[in-house]
Design a protein around this ligand. Structure first.
Ligand code: SF4
Length: 195
């Protein structure tokens, strides 16, 4: 039977309903709200970041601050797509206090949400933005300077490719790395068109 267009939207909405009052980790104490993934669940491409920041916590959407603006620009100018064409989410769905990195305990507590999102979307490529996202998806610690630009199989479905690059916030702090992230996005574009 042909899958209905709205099915994945409904599955993701139901998933959010299950998690919107979540208290599985300490991040619930300081958040304003759980920030779910956003975008097109029928996309071949899912971006994964670390956790919501101040603006994301306020608006309830991932990547809406300055880092999000850079991500939008890369999506448009390098991939030739629109933000609405892709799906964007985070390893942890609640903002850590002072924007600190989520702890391994918090990442493990929240991972079932992300795992389920990926199960629903079944993308071709997961693009991890920064080391924390890569650690959350691959389940091992890594140094982003060593592994960026590389492709790994997604541990729960090896047909899905995991690609790693810098977090846009890191590039904003280190503008000389903009050429590197552009090169990575060019490679990401190739991955999306490969068989
Ligand atoms: S970060 Fe994830 S596991 Fe922790 S409280 Fe928020 S939704 Fe729950």
């Amino acid at each position: 039977m042909e899958e209905k267009k709205e099915d994945k939207f409904i599955l993701l909405k139901n998933l959010y309903e299950e998690w919107k009052d979540c208290t599985r980790c300490d991040l619930h104490k300081s958040r304003t709200r759980v920030v779910p993934g956003d975008g097109n669940p029928y996309s071949l491409l899912v971006f994964v970041g670390e956790a919501p920041g101040e603006e994301e916590d306020r608006q309830g959407k991932p990547f809406v601050g300055r880092a999000g603006q850079l991500l939008n620009r890369l999506i448009e100018e390098v991939l030739g797509m629109k933000r609405e064409d892709v799906y964007i989410t985070n390893v942890c769905k609640c903002r850590p206090p002072q924007n600190r990195k989520p702890t391994p305990i918090e990442m493990r507590a929240c991972f079932p949400y992300l795992k389920k999102e990926i199960e629903i979307i079944q993308p071709k490529v997961i693009c991890c933005l920064g080391a924390t996202a890569g650690e959350g998806i691959l389940g091992k610690s890594l140094r982003i300077t060593k592994v960026r630009g590389q492709v790994f199989p997604y541990p729960y479905n090896p047909r899905i490719k995991v690609f790693l690059t810098y977090h846009p916030a890191y590039v904003l702090r280190n503008p000389k790395e903009e050429t590197t992230i552009i090169k990575d996005f060019e490679k990401l574009k190739e991955l999306l068109t490969q068989e």
